[in-house]
Design a protein around this ligand. Sequence first.
Ligand SMILES: Cc1cc2nc3c(=O)[nH]c(=O)nc-3n(C[C@H](O)[C@H](O)[C@H](O)COP(=O)(O)OP(=O)(O)OC[C@H]3O[C@@H](n4cnc5c(N)ncnc54)[C@H](O)[C@@H]3O)c2cc1C
Length: 489
Amino acid sequence: MSFALTRFILHLGFSCEKPSNRRSYGFLLLNPKRSPFCSAAIPPAQKTGEGLLVVVGGGAAGVYGAIRAKTVAPHLDVLVIEKGKLLSKVKISGGGRCNVTNGHYTENLILAEHYPRGHRELRGSFFSTHGPTDTMTWFSEHGVKLKTEDDGRVFPISDSSSSIIDCLLSEAKQKGVLIQTGKVVTSASRDVGGNFLLKAEKRTTNYMENLKADYLLIASGSSRQGYVLATQLGHSIVDPVPSLFTFKIEDSRLAELSGVTFLKVRVKLKLENVQTNIPQLVQVGPMLVTHWGLSGPAILRLSAWGARHLFSSDYKGDLLVDFIPDIKMEEVKSILMKQKHQFTKQKLLNACPLEFGIVKRFWTYILDREGVDANILWASISNNSLIGIASLLKQCMFRVMGKGQFKDEFVTAGGVPLSEISLSTMESKIQPHLFFAGEVLNVDGVTGGFNFQNAWSGGYIAGTSIGELALMKKEADFGAKVEQGKTPS
Ligand SMILES: Cc1cc2nc3c(=O)[nH]c(=O)nc-3n(C[C@H](O)[C@H](O)[C@H](O)COP(=O)(O)OP(=O)(O)OC[C@H]3O[C@@H](n4cnc5c(N)ncnc54)[C@H](O)[C@@H]3O)c2cc1C
């Protein structure tokens, strides 16, 4: 239904809303199966009538942003519309523990390096305004005790994402943020007065409502509908592609090592369509063998930095793994040679050089891949085989055949380009009073709490900016009334 038609029907007086309720924002609910028009989206008793912020999306960025806006401008009506369940990704995040942020990188420049999309832009004011330390302080001050693990990941001490959800929802309630679930915002436009005209629908029932808002925060994550709203308001979208995934490797012998972890490997991704040397396509860190390929922080970082190139290569490429990056090739060869002379009477299988720090199962894999019988004695191994083993340990090649799912965390690269918003306010450069925060933007981080940090920082900055605009408007309205000789209430 068009807004013009809505207004026309309102004028005819078919609505069951009281006129005073309609006036502020023109909320309507259309349910053809029952009466044509009835109740408002915000119950009249809960409205202040001093401006409305609609937040599309009740995820981390949306809820945090809504709380912040209502904290800065308590007189502002703040309505979060969520199509599914509130904070559903927070719930499942970090294997149900919610890796809230990362406590090891408080320096902006280094923190920004953890964002394959955003690393240049996020070096500035973004994290200075609200960075990981501020996030930790916020949650601590709101009753959630946090702990930082050895690798920097920050979790609630309860090891349960419910602590974060309960905290956010109770704070939203206490501040007076209104939340509606089960509704999808399907379209957005602006009227001549600059108000946002939004359409919200319930897909299951034949239900539609029109809303008029003064401020709009799109915090819709990677949902397609969010991108549609952004484009309706004049923004472009960088094509969304997956980030943070595991590598599928077809190697039945490797699959037998499923569960084996390497504390430190050096991995290098070689893709046919990438000719230039991209430094981030080399990563150092832990790696895990899974039943169908390779995972772990080093691989996930590669998947994030290579997300676009991997997408255009159909997730096919070569992976070079250095299993012992701290030992140089020449040294590896001399260790093997020493072993041959020292352990002449021992079987290869039972005497892997300790310096390599590798488990027996993996040593067997290397011998097998080199085509050496693991039961022969060290004395009988050829020098050529020793060189082959050294090469496998230092430059083992795996063919990547596709991408898998990393169940603990995955994100989308792409979204609204950062060049189209001001990162100091999160306001659109195209539409005043339109704001974005979280994954809807072309920002994504590597694993370790960086993605939520983007949501908290963006939500906080957007909420602050909207709250301040609403305060300024209130002051201006007050001033205008004084000038007109009216006594403001
Ligand atoms: C399994 C998993 C585990 C993760 N674990 C971690 C972790 O431990 N640490 C970390 O930093 N990151 C983690 N992430 C990434 C993190 O969850 C996201 O980066 C973060 O949730 C983004 O927040 P957001 O608010 O921008 O988007 P979302 O959390 O996706 O929220 C957007 C919300 O908007 C709603 N919505 C969208 N369009 C509309 C519409 N048109 N109308 C109404 N509602 C709409 C959606 O239903 C959704 O609830 C994980 C991701 C996954 C999938």
